[in-house]
Design a protein around this ligand. Structure first.
Ligand SMILES: Nc1ncnc2c1ncn2[C@@H]1O[C@@H]2COP(=O)(O)O[C@H]2[C@H]1O
Length: 261
């Protein structure tokens, strides 16, 4: 499995891109930044978006990807016409009602026609696996103020866990502990310890919070844990606090990271 970090921050600042990961060149985990991180040709390779939740920092580039794909069609290119979004039914409803509603952005689920649309929204169910482009994907509910799922990604007998945005949560760790060949976990670490209250009310983790979470993870120290969604203006403080935890194979992601699992 190829995993490319397109953006791994929980805020947008010059040089810091919002959350998005590219799996095997065609599947996005969240869509905070693909149009900023990828060439037009690379964007056209994206066929699926696994969407954890509808907060703006995870959906904003669905809009720009769709617009770019629309121009590609006008240019007469036929391959990879549709972008398939996979998310909970509540999230797909929110996308249609509040984002692709012809006010905030055109409704690309009916452009150029409903039958042959640029965007197709697929309802998924938590803990019911589905397969796209040979990759098996399972959504797992996590703890955020809006409906949100992390994802278990499986390809060629290897597994990756992406917690998505979450405060303390249990089920995803139970599932992580069941995986026979888990290669990595990508998990939330948004705020420094001094912002614990904000982390709690906004459904995120601090270094202290993630230390508690990792007590539920049996492979800690054996399987790499990569942190994402750091608020960029607090990065130096989070970095020092993560370092002080002294947990082997735990580090913050950077937006130039690429992995081959
Ligand atoms: N009660 C709050 N006070 C201040 N900021 C908040 C509050 N709730 C949410 N936020 C911020 O709004 C952001 C929305 O996206 P995030 O969940 O990434 O992170 C959240 C916090 O940074």
């Amino acid at each position: 499995m190829r995993l490319k970090v397109l953006g791994c921050y929980g805020g947008q600042l010059l040089g810091f891109r919002l959350t998005s990961f590219l799996v095997n060149d065609s599947i996005l985990l969240d869509a905070g930044s693909p149009t900023e991180a990828l060439s037009l040709e690379e964007q056209h390779g994206i066929r699926h978006i696994c969407l954890s939740h509808t907060h703006l920092d995870h959906i904003k580039d669905i809009a720009f990807l769709a617009d770019n794909r629309s121009l590609k069609r006008l240019g007469g290119i036929k391959a990879n016409r549709t972008i398939n979004v996979h998310s909970l039914p509540e999230n797909n409803e929110t996308l249609l009602r509040d984002f692709f509603n012809d006010h905030i952005w055109p409704d690309f689920t009916v452009i150029p026609s409903k039958k042959d649309a640029i965007l197709r929204l697929h309802d998924i169910k938590a803990e019911v696996p589905f397969e796209v482009d040979g990759v098996r994907i399972t959504a797992i509910e996590v703890n955020h103020p809006v409906p949100c799922t992390g994802f278990l990604i499986e390809f060629e007998g290897k597994q990756l866990i992406y917690t998505a945005d979450t405060g303390n949560t249990d089920r995803i760790w139970e599932i992580a502990n069941e995986q026979p060949n888990l290669k990595a976990v990508i998990m939330d670490c948004s705020f420094p310890n001094s912002y614990q209250h904000l982390a709690d009310i906004s459904g995120h983790l601090t270094p202290n919070g993630l230390k508690q979470e990792l007590q539920k993870f049996e492979a800690v120290g054996r399987v790499p844990v990569y942190l994402y969604h750091m608020k960029p203006e607090t990065l130096n403080v989070i970095s020092a606090e993560v370092e002080a935890l002294n947990i082997p194979l735990l580090r913050m992601l950077t937006q130039v990271d690429e992995f081959l699992f």
